[in-house]
Design a protein around this ligand. Sequence first.
Ligand code: CAO
Length: 444
Amino acid sequence: MAIIDVTIPDIGDFDEVAVIELLVKAGDKVRAEQSLITVESDKASMEIPSSHTGVVKEMLVKLGDKVERGSLVMKLETADAAAAAPATAAPPAAASAAVVAAPPLAAVSVPAVIAPAAVAVAVAAPAHQPAAALSGDLPHASPSVRKFVRELGVPLSEVKGSGPKGRISQEDIQSFSRAVMAGETRTQAQAAKAPAGDGAGLGLIPWPKVDFAKFGPIERKELGRIQKISGTNLLRNAVMIPAVTNHDDADITELEALRVLTNKENEKSGVKVTMLAFLIKACVNALQKFPQFNSSLDGDALVYKNYWYIGFAADTPNGLMVPVLKDADKKGILQISAEMGELAKKAREGKLSPGEMSGATFTISSLGGIGGRYFTPIINAPEVAILGVCRSTMEPVWNGKEFVPRLMLPLSLTWDHRVIDGAAAARFNAHLGQILADFRRVLL
Ligand code: CAO
């Protein structure tokens, strides 16, 4: 047995955040990863999960306290003797990111997640990263209230909050539900019957409820924390962004030869160069040529970013994470490869800090190491485009006189049609293809 001090982890660029909810009390048993408290900045709220399994001996924060990285949250008794050193709570997940999240907090805490359409449908929207522009009008409610809302299927946007700044409480949700039951409030179903052009709500029919056990044996398993978080982000991004995907192929025959040679020459360095490092560099070049792809929507304005931070999706045992390679424009292929290797390792070990997952201006999702042909990645808001890459294959390509064997890389660029149009996307892909076909163009 050991008593450990649980403290606030790195929560990104915030000096102080307020404790708005205590989710456990002294005497409660908690599991590692279980949410302990909810904190809130003026832009977003997030839950702070426990780093260990154990019993809460003493709560050291109360509602309204201001906390920052390193602040004591509680004393926890744990059976893990190795944990005797002060423990930082596990990195937080912005459970409410789907709705409240506004950068940077949501961006800090939510894995971006980008999925092929099939995956996205299955998870129905990983917790969804933040569209900066989205935050303004979204209802204010804590993650646990949002969870309650999801369980009841209540449309949060239709609920009036009675708390400070219109914050919605559990009581508000209950009153709303009672009013709906009593017929005093219009439901989504009623909204759906509204005349065409009314535009209220999505008017969706309820999610099908099926008793699968009627048909055969089943097993029910809770989704992991990362899956839940990324799910809500994905759903928000899939529903709110008018996204289009352009598919293309790039001839990487010469680039692959250069990659193999580079790896041979750097064998002793321990750094392996994969096609993804070249893609990051090539994308930076294309983003500089077509700056709207490196922008974000903010209301009626576009924010152009003069820095190039490239997120890349990493498949981990806990789910999809998106570490961010910062200042990719200032780095060479070997440095990019080394940093990518480190970030991917940290992602797999669950050791990425929020800062290492924030600030991306464009994301690449590469399934090249696995296979596939093309897919339709979901944009990681508030970014406006994402590149999906699949496995390269040797193909017969007509050169005007004959078919020649060329190594072709399938590219899938998804873009936000509010910001980018089809012609620009086709030009972006064509430019990317030219660079990948002759990497010397990066110098031009
Ligand atoms: N075509 C052919 N081969 C490719 C390739 C491509 N486009 N991309 C990578 N490869 C090869 C690599 O060269 C490597 O070959 P060797 O084993 O012979 O050295 C092998 O595939 C494995 O590469 P890798 O996956 O380890 O390295 P990477 O830099 O390409 O990718 C990372 C790193 C972290 C992005 C990757 O490991 C990963 O997690 N990919 C999955 C991302 C994902 O899940 N995206 C979908 C999100 S939507 O749900």
